[in-house]
Design a binder for this molecule. Structure first.
Ligand code: FAD
Length: 373
């Protein structure tokens, strides 16, 4: 393929991994991407054990061996019961997952992708249209480009996929999260992840490899208390209602300080289709999952490999390859929705809660609550 044959749009895990996967096939795309922000932490640090094989196949296994990351050996959860249960990574045949320095991982992956044959343009796509069988892209830097194939790796925005497909949404889950500093350095906290359910959602906390702690409250926008992202008292009040998370923050020597939480969309959404004759969506642009699964990064890496291969096959005349990619992603979404319902049904203590009802009584094919339109 010539440089202008294919454009990869987006500088997250999906975009960078797509450049790596295309380079493995000798393809040199144009990569439209801004570098990841290094100066602020990013939520989403748990890399599932299933990622180990995919990273190895992409030639990226070394990325997670740096000491800025740590193995995810221990997790505790109070899900379906008030008691904490411990799960040890020794039960995973694929080896442990990892707790990543997420910003460091993304920066390393971005740097690796820059070393491939991708032609990097540091800008964003402002406008895209498909004319005949060519994509016409207008960039924020004023340039324009015409491409035969495009990989949409723009995250939940699905900037190009929305032009060709329809967005489906199972729920409106939102994450209110913040990063805590240790205020009592004499305590050596357990390197662990903790999950706890509450009436209107669930919480998780994780000790990050760099020593900070991330805490996040997951609920629906209409169930979040007023002012949670503006009023520290409201946020602190919610944290205080947890049994295990609040105790861990205190006992591990952390403090909420005066920080307010950041809100982020965390719902399960996906596109139908996720590919067409000259495009494919990769990562969250194709399907974004409830973070309960901790599979977002792994799925993005898997899709990058699959979509890149399908695109190369389509270029060689085997256009069914992109249909097969779409079918594989849609199958994955259906399986995830069933799994999601199974997990939410394990929590039976909040039968009157709208949050839990929405997830426990949902359509298997759409994940939507059965009582909704
Ligand atoms: C609260 C929360 C917790 C999570 N926890 C985990 C976890 O523990 N483990 C896990 O595996 N996953 C987790 N995830 C999911 C994971 O973060 C995502 O699945 C992953 O970031 C997807 O990568 P991506 O490259 O597809 O998208 P993104 O990371 O969103 O990257 C998209 C990129 O495209 C760029 N972009 C957007 N529009 C344009 C445009 N028009 N032109 C050019 N560039 C554009 C963006 O700036 C961004 O750089 C979590 C998600 C949330 C919300």
């Amino acid at each position: 393929m010539k440089p202008a044959d294919i454009a990869v749009i987006g500088g997250g895990i999906a975009g960078a991994a797509s450049c790596v996967a295309l380079a493995q096939r000798g393809v040199r795309p144009v990569w439209v991407a801004s570098p990841p922000a290094k100066d602020r932490p990013r939520i989403g640090e748990t890399l599932s054990p299933a990622a180990n094989t995919i990273l190895a196949n992409l030639g990226l296994a070394e990325l997670i061996t740096r000491p800025i990351h740590r193995p995810a050996n221990t997790s505790f959860s109070a899900w379906g019961s008030g008691q904490l249960r411990e799960r040890n990574a020794i039960v995973h045949l694929e080896g442990p997952g990892m707790v990543l320095d997420r910003a460091g991982f993304e920066a390393d992956l971005f740097a690796t992708a820059l070393k491939t044959r991708a032609r990097h343009i540091e800008t964003t796509v402002q406008n895209a249209r498909l004319e005949g069988n060519k994509w016409h892209l207008a960039f924020a830097n004023g340039d324009e480009g015409v491409f035969r194939f495009v990989l949409d790796c723009t995250g939940r925005a699905s900037s190009l996929a929305v032009i060709q497909g329809t967005r489906k949404r199972a729920d409106q889950l939102v994450a209110a999260h913040c990063f805590l500093k240790q205020t009592d350095p004499d305590v050596a906290p357990t390197p662990a992840t903790l999950i706890e359910t509450v009436e209107d959602g669930w919480w998780y906390a994780a000790l990050l490899p760099g020593g900070d702690m991330v805490i996040s409250y997951f609920s629906d926008p209409d169930l979040l208390p007023n002012g949670i992202s503006r009023d520290h008292g409201v946020w602190a009040g919610r944290v205080a209602q947890t049994a295990h998370i609040s105790r861990w923050i205190d006992s591990a020597g952390f403090s909420l300080g005066d920080q307010l939480p950041i809100l982020a969309s965390a719902g399960t959404t996906w596109m139908t289709p996720v590919s067409g004759p000259n495009w494919a969506a990769v990562g969250d642009a194709a399907a974004a999952f409830d973070p309960l699964s901790s599979h977002g990064m792994t799925t993005a890496l898997w899709m990058a490999r699959q979509a890149s291969e399908a695109l190369c096959q389509a270029h060689a005349g085997y256009s069914e390859a992109l249909d097969a990619y779409n079918a594989a992603v849609q199958k994955g979404v259906r399986e995830f929705l069933l799994q999601r319902q199974k997990i939410y049904r394990q929590e039976t203590r909040f039968a009157d809660s709208i949050f839990w009802q929405r997830r426990q009584h949902s359509e298997p094919a759409t994940g939507k609550p059965t009582d909704s339109d």
